[in-house]
Structures are given as C-alpha cells and as structure tokens.
Design a protein around this ligand. Structure first.
Ligand SMILES: *[C@@H]1O[C@H](CO)[C@@H](O)[C@H](O)[C@H]1NC(C)=O
Length: 363
C-alpha cells in the first residue's frame, strides 16, 4: 500500500499536468534509480487541432484569466462597503478595513464580533474578457472554493446557487460574456448562521438531527451540522465562533477549445512479477455541461511519464489513445497503468514499504 499527494496543477500548462508523489524512503528508493525524495508524474494530453486554433486566433490551448485580488465587499442593509480580497473572507476584510477595530482573538471579541456572520454580504468585481479567450469554444467560470451559501451572478444572470464549501463550482458562461464591455461578477452570500437556522427549522418538521447547538460555554452558533461548511467555524472546544463568508479559494475564467487537465492521482503497489504496478488517474474537463452544439467526444493521446523528482532519465512512460466523453457536468477521467521495474539499492530490502502512520496510540 502506497500513497501519493497531489499538488495543484499549473493550469497555464493547458494540456500538461504534473504531480509530485512522495512515498516512504524505502519505497521510493526501490522505484527510482536515485535516492530521490519523490517521483514526478507528468501527463500530456495531445488534442487534435481545432478550428479555432487552426485559424490562428489563439496563442495557446488554454486561456486562464485569474479573477483573484481586490473585489468590492458590500452589505446593502448596513450601507457598508470595503475592499474584499479573493481568496479571503469577511472577517479578514472587515478587520483590514477597520470595521472590527480590535484583534478578533482578544478577550470576548468572538461574542462582540458575531454580527458579520448574521449578515448577508456581496463580493463583486468587473472584468474584461481577454482577447485570446473570445474565440474559444468553451468559456468556463471556475470558483475553486465558495464559503458557503451563495448565489452567483454574471451580468445580472443567475449562474447558480452554492451551498458546499468543499467543492469546486464551474459555470458555462459562453453565452453570457460580453466581449467588448466590462462583465460584472457578483456573489451574493447569505448569512451562514441564518441559513443553518432555516435548514434546522425545515429539518425539524421531520425530526431533529443532533447536535443542534454547541455547549453554551463555547458561545457558538447552532446547526452547523446541516451545512457543508468548516464545522469548527461555528465554535469548537478549542476555538471561537467566526463563521466566515467569502471566496476562500481562487476564481478564474478558463477558455479553451477541447479539454483541460485538472488533477492527477498516483498509486503504486508491488506487482507479482517483481515490478511496481503504477496507476495514474487523470482527471480532465471538457466544458461545464452538455452543449447541444458541441461535439460529444474528442479523440486525443494521453502521454504519462514517471521521472525522479530530482532530475534524471524517465523511469517509465506510456502513450494511450483516449476518447474524451465527458459526463453531464463536462467531467471525466482516464486511468493509465504502467509497469515499472524495481531498482536494487544497497541496504534496501524489498517489500518493506509501510504506509505512513497518522496517529499513534498513547496508552
Ligand atoms: C439575508 O438574506 C436572506 C435571504 O437570502 C433574507 O431572508 C434575510 O432577511 C437577509 N438578512 C439581512 C440581514 O439582510
């Protein structure tokens, strides 16, 4: 049993993705010809030339337009406006703007500063569509992390509702983007405390799902168990309640013709023949949902290369033809298996890999 840690991809490398895999030192020394600390898995998706790129309108496969930075944070009910940072959250923004004058963790400021969590907030900004993105077949707005209950609007059009802090939201915006004018992106957040209370009231019509509220001496908020939001944000025994709202990860406009690579997973185990059997799972995306006009599938070649992280010759590689057939959300994945001969090193015994220990039992 071996384990891998996926690193975030560089989306600018439109069809190339890399993941650095760390394993136990003994495992890795048996897998690579050097005393490397890690293996790099490089994945390249070779796509057929599309009409848009053949016509010379694009300078690359993917146009990635980051929308991070300073947005405008408003609270219409209070007539309050401040700089809103993305990625970020209301508590940091209100503190930076002077609306929360004292340190949040000083004395009873968790109780004094509970009002931001009971308010609705809007993060908004305008942006121009970059020239290279205009001609692309797919234009997808990607919100990597939304905390938590919100409605997302582009140019006044409701793109969708969010209620899960732990997932990536993607919206097809091809028919909504203005090419020659400013586009207005708004995220309207509902108070997480009020949203949780509303859910609890609805749920109670059937039966109550405990625990409803934290112990009184936590000075926390109730019914966080009905929200897919960081549970500690409503108070925990070790921490105060600061239920934030905001875009806690990046936001980007992605424009491309065929597909992008989103993530790579890696796993390897000792095979029967004395080799390592490596499995690479490549997560790709082709738009943000089915468009009737778009071709259903794309033929491509997926190349997977395993290489020592500290340089040196590749230790294994494989090219596989793939047909990218996305699901109704534009998502898909492809599995590639590789056999990697083991490498002998002085002092390293085979089959001695042990999975990492995360917990120690204390008696
Ligand atoms: C916040 O928005 C909800 C609807 O999403 C509304 O019911 C509530 O009254 C609003 N609260 C404030 C303080 O504006």
């Amino acid at each position: 049993m071996h384990w891998a840690a996926a690193l975030p991809l560089d989306p600018a490398q439109s069809v190339t993705a890399a993941v650095k895999v760390r394993m136990g030192a003994r495992c890795i020394m048996d897998l690579v010809p050097l005393a490397a600390a890690a293996v790099i898995v490089v994945v390249v998706l070779a796509l057929p030339p599309s009409a848009a790129s053949a016509s010379g309108t694009s300078g690359g496969r993917l146009h990635q337009h980051a929308l991070d930075g300073i947005w405008t944070l408003t609270n219409k009910a209070r007539g309050l406006q401040a700089a809103g940072r993305v990625p970020g959250g209301v508590y940091s923004d209100l503190r930076a703007a002077g609306h929360l004058p004292e340190d949040l963790f000083y004395r009873f400021n968790d109780v004094a500063y509970r009002w931001p969590a009971r308010e609705n907030w809007t993060y908004e900004r305008s942006f121009q569509v970059p020239r290279g993105a205009v001609a692309k077949a797919k234009q997808v707005l990607v919100l990597h992390g939304v905390d938590t209950v919100a409605d997302v609007y582009l140019n006044g059009h409701l793109l969708g509702h969010t209620d899960n802090m732990f997932v990536r939201y993607r919206f097809d915006v091809k028919d909504l983007l203005k090419e020659d004018a400013a586009n207005l992106l708004e995220v309207h957040f509902t108070s997480p405390v009020l949203a949780a209370a509303a859910r609890a009231a609805r749920q109670a019509e059937q039966y109550v799902v405990p625990p409803t509220c934290p112990p009184a001496n936590y000075h926390g908020e109730c019914s966080v168990n009905l929200l897919r939001k960081m549970q500690a944000s409503f108070a925990w025994d070790w921490g105060p309640a600061f239920p934030s709202a905001g875009l806690w990860k990046g936001v980007a406009l992605e424009a491309y013709d065929e597909a992008v690579l989103r993530d790579v997973g890696f796993d390897a185990s000792p095979g029967a023949s004395g080799a390592w059997e490596a499995r690479v799972r490549v997560h790709w995306e082709a738009g943000a949902g089915a468009r009737p006009a778009a071709p259903a599938a794309t033929s491509a070649v997926l190349s997977v290369v395993l290489a020592p992280a500290d340089g040196g010759a590749p230790i294994a590689s494989k090219d596989v033809p793939v047909t990218l057939v996305p699901d109704a959300h534009g998502l898909g994945h492809t599995d590639v298996g590789l056999s990697v001969p083991r490498v002998s090193h002085a002092g390293v015994r085979r089959n001695t890999c042990t999975p990492p220990k995360y917990f120690n039992l204390v008696k």
